[in-house]
Design a binder for this molecule. Structure first.
Ligand code: SN0
Length: 316
Protein backbone atom coordinates (compact mmCIF):
# COMPACT_ATOMS: atom_id res chain seq x y z
CA UNK A 1 0.00 0.00 0.00
CA UNK A 2 1.42 3.38 -1.02
CA UNK A 3 -1.09 5.72 0.65
CA UNK A 4 -4.47 5.24 2.34
CA UNK A 5 -6.97 7.85 1.23
CA UNK A 6 -10.02 5.66 0.60
CA UNK A 7 -11.18 2.11 -0.03
CA UNK A 8 -9.72 2.48 -3.54
CA UNK A 9 -6.26 2.08 -2.00
CA UNK A 10 -7.13 -1.38 -0.68
CA UNK A 11 -6.00 -4.18 -2.96
CA UNK A 12 -7.53 -7.09 -1.09
CA UNK A 13 -10.14 -6.23 1.54
CA UNK A 14 -10.64 -9.70 3.11
CA UNK A 15 -6.88 -10.00 3.49
CA UNK A 16 -6.59 -6.56 5.13
CA UNK A 17 -9.27 -7.51 7.69
CA UNK A 18 -7.62 -10.89 8.28
CA UNK A 19 -4.25 -9.19 8.84
CA UNK A 20 -5.84 -6.74 11.31
CA UNK A 21 -7.38 -9.60 13.32
CA UNK A 22 -4.02 -11.37 13.31
CA UNK A 23 -2.22 -8.22 14.52
CA UNK A 24 -4.80 -7.83 17.30
CA UNK A 25 -3.84 -11.22 18.74
CA UNK A 26 -0.21 -10.17 19.00
CA UNK A 27 0.19 -6.42 18.43
CA UNK A 28 3.79 -6.07 19.59
CA UNK A 29 5.62 -8.54 17.37
CA UNK A 30 6.05 -6.30 14.30
CA UNK A 31 8.32 -3.69 15.87
CA UNK A 32 11.04 -4.01 13.26
CA UNK A 33 8.72 -2.32 10.78
CA UNK A 34 8.64 1.02 12.60
CA UNK A 35 12.19 1.12 13.87
CA UNK A 36 13.93 4.41 12.94
CA UNK A 37 10.81 5.59 11.13
CA UNK A 38 8.47 8.42 12.04
CA UNK A 39 4.96 9.67 11.33
CA UNK A 40 3.40 13.13 11.59
CA UNK A 41 -0.28 13.37 12.54
CA UNK A 42 -1.83 16.61 11.31
CA UNK A 43 -5.17 17.74 12.72
CA UNK A 44 -7.23 20.54 11.24
CA UNK A 45 -10.13 19.42 13.52
CA UNK A 46 -10.61 17.91 16.98
CA UNK A 47 -10.03 14.25 17.76
CA UNK A 48 -9.97 11.81 20.65
CA UNK A 49 -9.95 8.26 19.24
CA UNK A 50 -8.20 8.98 15.97
CA UNK A 51 -5.30 10.76 17.59
CA UNK A 52 -4.80 8.32 20.46
CA UNK A 53 -5.45 5.10 18.56
CA UNK A 54 -3.09 6.25 15.80
CA UNK A 55 -0.36 6.98 18.33
CA UNK A 56 -1.03 3.68 20.09
CA UNK A 57 -0.79 1.80 16.78
CA UNK A 58 2.51 3.59 16.13
CA UNK A 59 3.83 2.72 19.63
CA UNK A 60 3.04 -0.95 18.90
CA UNK A 61 5.38 -0.68 15.90
CA UNK A 62 8.13 1.40 17.56
CA UNK A 63 7.20 4.12 15.07
CA UNK A 64 7.85 7.63 16.40
CA UNK A 65 5.05 10.18 16.13
CA UNK A 66 4.69 13.94 16.15
CA UNK A 67 1.31 15.67 16.33
CA UNK A 68 0.55 19.04 14.75
CA UNK A 69 -2.75 20.71 15.64
CA UNK A 70 -2.98 23.12 12.75
CA UNK A 71 -5.90 24.94 14.36
CA UNK A 72 -4.04 25.97 17.52
CA UNK A 73 -0.35 25.47 16.67
CA UNK A 74 0.31 25.75 12.94
CA UNK A 75 0.02 28.45 10.32
CA UNK A 76 -3.36 28.59 8.62
CA UNK A 77 -2.90 26.84 5.28
CA UNK A 78 -3.87 28.06 1.81
CA UNK A 79 -4.96 25.27 -0.57
CA UNK A 80 -6.06 27.27 -3.62
CA UNK A 81 -3.67 27.69 -6.53
CA UNK A 82 -2.66 31.06 -7.92
CA UNK A 83 -4.26 33.21 -5.22
CA UNK A 84 -2.83 36.38 -3.75
CA UNK A 85 -2.09 35.34 -0.16
CA UNK A 86 -3.09 38.53 1.63
CA UNK A 87 -5.74 36.99 3.95
CA UNK A 88 -5.30 35.12 7.26
CA UNK A 89 -3.65 32.12 5.57
CA UNK A 90 0.10 32.39 6.08
CA UNK A 91 1.45 29.27 4.36
CA UNK A 92 0.65 27.49 1.10
CA UNK A 93 0.09 23.75 1.10
CA UNK A 94 2.83 23.43 -1.55
CA UNK A 95 5.51 24.38 0.97
CA UNK A 96 3.86 22.92 4.09
CA UNK A 97 3.31 19.44 2.59
CA UNK A 98 6.75 19.37 0.99
CA UNK A 99 8.47 20.34 4.26
CA UNK A 100 6.48 17.93 6.48
CA UNK A 101 7.08 15.14 3.96
CA UNK A 102 10.81 15.82 4.08
CA UNK A 103 10.84 15.36 7.87
CA UNK A 104 8.62 12.26 8.20
CA UNK A 105 8.22 8.85 6.55
CA UNK A 106 4.39 8.89 6.80
CA UNK A 107 1.95 11.81 7.05
CA UNK A 108 -1.61 11.38 8.35
CA UNK A 109 -4.19 14.15 8.00
CA UNK A 110 -7.61 15.04 9.38
CA UNK A 111 -9.54 17.73 7.54
CA UNK A 112 -13.33 17.62 7.95
CA UNK A 113 -15.77 18.81 5.32
CA UNK A 114 -16.41 22.51 5.89
CA UNK A 115 -20.02 22.00 4.71
CA UNK A 116 -20.04 25.36 2.93
CA UNK A 117 -19.26 24.36 -0.64
CA UNK A 118 -20.09 20.85 -1.81
CA UNK A 119 -17.78 20.95 -4.84
CA UNK A 120 -14.87 22.00 -2.66
CA UNK A 121 -15.44 19.30 0.01
CA UNK A 122 -16.14 16.56 -2.55
CA UNK A 123 -13.07 17.48 -4.63
CA UNK A 124 -11.00 16.33 -1.62
CA UNK A 125 -8.79 19.38 -2.06
CA UNK A 126 -6.88 18.88 1.20
CA UNK A 127 -6.07 15.16 0.78
CA UNK A 128 -5.32 15.56 -2.92
CA UNK A 129 -3.01 18.52 -2.24
CA UNK A 130 -1.08 16.56 0.37
CA UNK A 131 -0.83 13.62 -1.99
CA UNK A 132 0.47 15.91 -4.72
CA UNK A 133 2.97 17.96 -2.74
CA UNK A 134 4.05 15.61 0.06
CA UNK A 135 6.75 13.11 -0.88
CA UNK A 136 5.76 10.72 1.97
CA UNK A 137 2.78 8.31 1.98
CA UNK A 138 -0.44 9.98 3.13
CA UNK A 139 -3.14 8.53 5.43
CA UNK A 140 -6.69 9.88 5.65
CA UNK A 141 -7.84 10.40 9.26
CA UNK A 142 -11.25 11.78 8.02
CA UNK A 143 -11.49 13.96 4.99
CA UNK A 144 -14.20 15.90 3.18
CA UNK A 145 -15.94 12.77 1.94
CA UNK A 146 -14.70 9.78 3.91
CA UNK A 147 -13.37 8.23 7.08
CA UNK A 148 -11.82 4.96 5.88
CA UNK A 149 -9.93 4.13 9.12
CA UNK A 150 -13.28 4.23 10.93
CA UNK A 151 -14.97 2.05 8.31
CA UNK A 152 -12.14 -0.47 8.51
CA UNK A 153 -12.49 -0.62 12.31
CA UNK A 154 -16.26 -1.04 11.84
CA UNK A 155 -15.69 -3.92 9.44
CA UNK A 156 -13.21 -5.60 11.79
CA UNK A 157 -15.79 -5.29 14.60
CA UNK A 158 -18.58 -6.80 12.52
CA UNK A 159 -16.32 -9.66 11.42
CA UNK A 160 -15.66 -10.42 15.10
CA UNK A 161 -19.32 -10.34 16.12
CA UNK A 162 -21.30 -11.63 13.15
CA UNK A 163 -23.03 -15.01 13.41
CA UNK A 164 -23.92 -15.37 9.73
CA UNK A 165 -21.71 -14.99 6.66
CA UNK A 166 -23.59 -11.98 5.26
CA UNK A 167 -25.32 -10.15 8.11
CA UNK A 168 -28.07 -7.57 7.61
CA UNK A 169 -26.47 -4.23 8.47
CA UNK A 170 -28.58 -1.10 8.91
CA UNK A 171 -27.10 2.37 8.73
CA UNK A 172 -29.61 4.69 10.37
CA UNK A 173 -29.57 8.47 10.36
CA UNK A 174 -30.27 9.91 13.81
CA UNK A 175 -30.89 13.49 14.94
CA UNK A 176 -28.14 15.84 16.13
CA UNK A 177 -28.02 19.49 17.22
CA UNK A 178 -25.20 20.38 14.78
CA UNK A 179 -24.60 19.92 11.06
CA UNK A 180 -22.17 17.01 10.66
CA UNK A 181 -20.28 15.74 7.60
CA UNK A 182 -21.39 12.75 5.52
CA UNK A 183 -17.87 11.25 5.71
CA UNK A 184 -18.51 8.46 8.24
CA UNK A 185 -21.75 7.40 6.55
CA UNK A 186 -20.20 7.49 3.05
CA UNK A 187 -17.28 5.26 4.04
CA UNK A 188 -19.40 2.90 6.13
CA UNK A 189 -21.74 2.34 3.19
CA UNK A 190 -18.91 1.70 0.73
CA UNK A 191 -16.98 -0.65 3.01
CA UNK A 192 -20.02 -2.70 4.07
CA UNK A 193 -20.94 -3.24 0.43
CA UNK A 194 -17.36 -4.08 -0.51
CA UNK A 195 -17.44 -6.69 2.26
CA UNK A 196 -20.54 -8.19 0.64
CA UNK A 197 -22.94 -7.49 3.51
CA UNK A 198 -26.66 -6.83 3.10
CA UNK A 199 -26.83 -3.06 3.71
CA UNK A 200 -29.95 -0.97 4.28
CA UNK A 201 -29.69 2.79 4.75
CA UNK A 202 -32.56 4.55 6.50
CA UNK A 203 -33.03 8.31 6.85
CA UNK A 204 -35.68 11.02 6.43
CA UNK A 205 -36.33 12.37 2.92
CA UNK A 206 -33.61 14.79 1.84
CA UNK A 207 -30.78 12.98 3.59
CA UNK A 208 -29.84 10.76 0.61
CA UNK A 209 -26.09 10.21 0.47
CA UNK A 210 -24.12 10.81 -2.72
CA UNK A 211 -25.00 8.11 -5.31
CA UNK A 212 -21.48 6.73 -5.35
CA UNK A 213 -21.75 5.97 -1.62
CA UNK A 214 -25.28 4.53 -1.80
CA UNK A 215 -24.22 2.10 -4.54
CA UNK A 216 -26.48 -0.96 -4.39
CA UNK A 217 -27.64 -0.49 -0.79
CA UNK A 218 -31.38 -0.53 -0.10
CA UNK A 219 -32.72 2.86 0.91
CA UNK A 220 -35.72 2.68 3.27
CA UNK A 221 -37.44 5.83 4.54
CA UNK A 222 -39.34 3.92 7.23
CA UNK A 223 -36.83 3.39 10.04
CA UNK A 224 -38.88 0.73 11.85
CA UNK A 225 -39.23 -1.28 8.66
CA UNK A 226 -35.49 -0.98 8.06
CA UNK A 227 -34.74 -2.35 11.54
CA UNK A 228 -36.69 -5.58 10.95
CA UNK A 229 -34.32 -8.54 10.99
CA UNK A 230 -31.19 -6.39 11.37
CA UNK A 231 -28.08 -8.04 12.82
CA UNK A 232 -26.24 -4.72 13.25
CA UNK A 233 -27.65 -1.22 13.70
CA UNK A 234 -25.13 1.56 13.00
CA UNK A 235 -26.37 4.99 14.05
CA UNK A 236 -24.92 8.21 12.67
CA UNK A 237 -26.05 11.72 11.99
CA UNK A 238 -25.13 13.54 8.83
CA UNK A 239 -26.24 16.77 7.21
CA UNK A 240 -27.96 16.89 3.83
CA UNK A 241 -25.95 16.22 0.68
CA UNK A 242 -28.58 17.58 -1.74
CA UNK A 243 -29.20 20.77 0.26
CA UNK A 244 -25.56 20.75 1.11
CA UNK A 245 -24.61 20.97 4.78
CA UNK A 246 -28.15 21.80 5.91
CA UNK A 247 -30.04 20.35 8.88
CA UNK A 248 -33.42 19.36 7.40
CA UNK A 249 -34.75 17.52 10.44
CA UNK A 250 -34.11 17.21 14.13
CA UNK A 251 -37.06 14.91 14.59
CA UNK A 252 -36.49 13.05 17.89
CA UNK A 253 -38.58 10.14 16.55
CA UNK A 254 -35.43 9.06 14.68
CA UNK A 255 -33.47 8.45 17.90
CA UNK A 256 -32.50 4.79 18.35
CA UNK A 257 -34.50 3.41 21.26
CA UNK A 258 -34.61 0.09 23.10
CA UNK A 259 -38.14 -0.40 21.77
CA UNK A 260 -36.99 -0.05 18.16
CA UNK A 261 -34.08 -2.42 18.79
CA UNK A 262 -36.72 -5.06 19.67
CA UNK A 263 -37.71 -5.09 15.98
CA UNK A 264 -34.27 -6.37 15.03
CA UNK A 265 -32.68 -9.81 15.09
CA UNK A 266 -31.21 -9.01 18.54
CA UNK A 267 -28.95 -6.56 16.69
CA UNK A 268 -25.67 -5.21 17.97
CA UNK A 269 -25.59 -1.43 18.27
CA UNK A 270 -22.71 0.54 16.76
CA UNK A 271 -21.62 4.18 16.58
CA UNK A 272 -18.26 5.75 15.71
CA UNK A 273 -18.30 8.11 18.73
CA UNK A 274 -18.47 10.79 20.02
CA UNK A 275 -22.15 10.02 20.69
CA UNK A 276 -24.78 12.46 21.99
CA UNK A 277 -26.63 10.30 24.49
CA UNK A 278 -30.42 10.51 24.39
CA UNK A 279 -30.25 12.40 21.08
CA UNK A 280 -28.68 9.83 18.73
CA UNK A 281 -29.58 6.83 20.90
CA UNK A 282 -31.07 6.47 24.36
CA UNK A 283 -28.98 5.37 27.34
CA UNK A 284 -30.67 1.96 27.42
CA UNK A 285 -29.30 1.24 23.93
CA UNK A 286 -25.86 2.75 24.46
CA UNK A 287 -25.37 0.88 27.74
CA UNK A 288 -27.01 -2.38 26.67
CA UNK A 289 -25.21 -5.70 26.41
CA UNK A 290 -25.61 -5.45 22.63
CA UNK A 291 -23.72 -2.18 22.39
CA UNK A 292 -20.36 -2.56 20.62
CA UNK A 293 -19.24 1.05 20.87
CA UNK A 294 -16.23 0.38 23.13
CA UNK A 295 -14.82 -2.69 21.31
CA UNK A 296 -15.50 -0.82 18.06
CA UNK A 297 -13.40 2.14 19.28
CA UNK A 298 -10.69 -0.27 20.49
CA UNK A 299 -10.47 -1.66 16.95
CA UNK A 300 -9.37 1.78 15.74
CA UNK A 301 -5.89 0.78 16.94
CA UNK A 302 -5.83 -2.26 14.66
CA UNK A 303 -7.32 -0.50 11.65
CA UNK A 304 -4.51 2.06 11.86
CA UNK A 305 -1.87 -0.54 12.70
CA UNK A 306 -2.69 -2.77 9.74
CA UNK A 307 -2.60 0.24 7.39
CA UNK A 308 0.73 1.38 8.86
CA UNK A 309 2.17 -2.11 8.51
CA UNK A 310 1.13 -2.36 4.87
CA UNK A 311 2.65 1.09 4.13
CA UNK A 312 5.84 0.46 6.14
CA UNK A 313 6.44 -2.84 4.36
CA UNK A 314 6.66 -0.94 1.07
CA UNK A 315 9.05 1.62 2.58
CA UNK A 316 11.53 -1.07 3.66
C1 SN0 B 1 -17.41 13.93 13.37
C2 SN0 B 1 -18.23 13.56 12.15
O1 SN0 B 1 -17.68 13.47 11.05
O2 SN0 B 1 -19.44 13.33 12.29
C3 SN0 B 1 -16.35 12.91 13.67
C4 SN0 B 1 -16.79 11.49 13.82
C5 SN0 B 1 -15.69 10.50 13.93
N1 SN0 B 1 -18.29 14.04 14.52
C6 SN0 B 1 -18.51 15.19 15.13
O3 SN0 B 1 -18.00 16.22 14.73
C7 SN0 B 1 -19.44 15.18 16.34
C8 SN0 B 1 -19.36 16.48 17.10
C9 SN0 B 1 -20.53 16.71 18.03
O4 SN0 B 1 -20.77 17.90 18.27
O5 SN0 B 1 -21.19 15.79 18.50
Amino acid sequence: MKSFLSINDVENLPELVKDALEIKKNPHVYKDLGLDKSMCLIFLNPSLRTRLSSQKAAFNLDLNTAVLDVGSQGWQLEFADGVKMDSDKAEHIKEAAAVIGSYFDIVAIRAFAKLENREEDYSEQVMESFKKYCPAPVINMESGTGHPLQALADLITIEEHKTVEKPKVVLTWAPHPRALPQAVANSFSKWMQAAGFDLTITHPQGYELVGEAVGNASVEYNQKKAFEGADFVYAKNWSSYSQYGKILSQNPDWMVTANKMKLTNNAKFMHCLPLRRNVIAEDDVVDSENSLIIPQAANRIYSMQVVLQHILKELK
